[in-house]
Design a protein around this ligand. Sequence first.
Ligand SMILES: [Fe+2]
Length: 296
Amino acid sequence: MDRFGKYVKELFEWNEDMKKFLGSDKVDKNFALWEKLDNFTDLMESISTPLSDTELLNLQSEAETIHEEMEEYFNRKQELGVIWIAESVVPPGSHTLPDLPYPYNALEPYISEEIMKVHHDKHHYSYVEGLNKAELRMVEAREKSDFSLVKHWSRELAFHGSGHYLHTIFWENMGPRGEERPKRRLEKEIKSYFGSYEAFKKHFSEAAIQVEGSGWVLLVWSPRSRHLEIVQSEKHSGQALWDTIPILVLDVWEHAYYLQYKNNRAAYVENWWKIVNWSNVEMRFEKAVELKWNSF
Ligand SMILES: [Fe+2]
């Protein structure tokens, strides 16, 4: 192999790997970048060996440009907080229990192995099963156009769905090597909204201690007001499905229709469909699908 043969071979392999990666259904499509990689293949295939110095320089500068663009592409995605690996869709009834990201005893002495086993294997698993069941019952209801139990299954879906999603976040929010405090942008954000990390911690702890009965306390980000907030959740949900993004909502409080429709909520709902601004819903949807977590 001539002195640059190895370099070209490596470039070729890298290029093929990147093309395969960009072309796979596991990643956001970026056709412009894929095309550049493809053109680079053509360029490499067209050169003769041994390479002349000019050919080599050309190849090198072209490779560097593409390399930089690939890097920029991934960095941009990560900086935006967009997870660029496109996870597969979870069809109704197909949720699975994620593995704990560490061994059962990894959080000792703060949380015992025994708790972690029961909590993850029994409790979290039961939410996964409950969510799957609720989703399948909703599929059945739609197929039969029989919504007589929609209230019950909506409640089940929110309860078990929030249970599944929140536990999935919870496991990942913890780790065997706890960190003293947040860093970087989150630290700044906490300081600017709550005054100090200590004030935030006190607020969060008090909210947790004072949740009525069973529940959660959550630090959330509001894309609307662009600030953090601390909220309590009794049980899992109060009927809301956490870790989802509303894109179309309908207010059915009486104040929204009573003056005009009296107690005929069904008529209000029927008419409401005539005034839905789907362009707005579409816009919210487009923004929402940008955010991707690992699917379970
Ligand atoms: Fe739990």
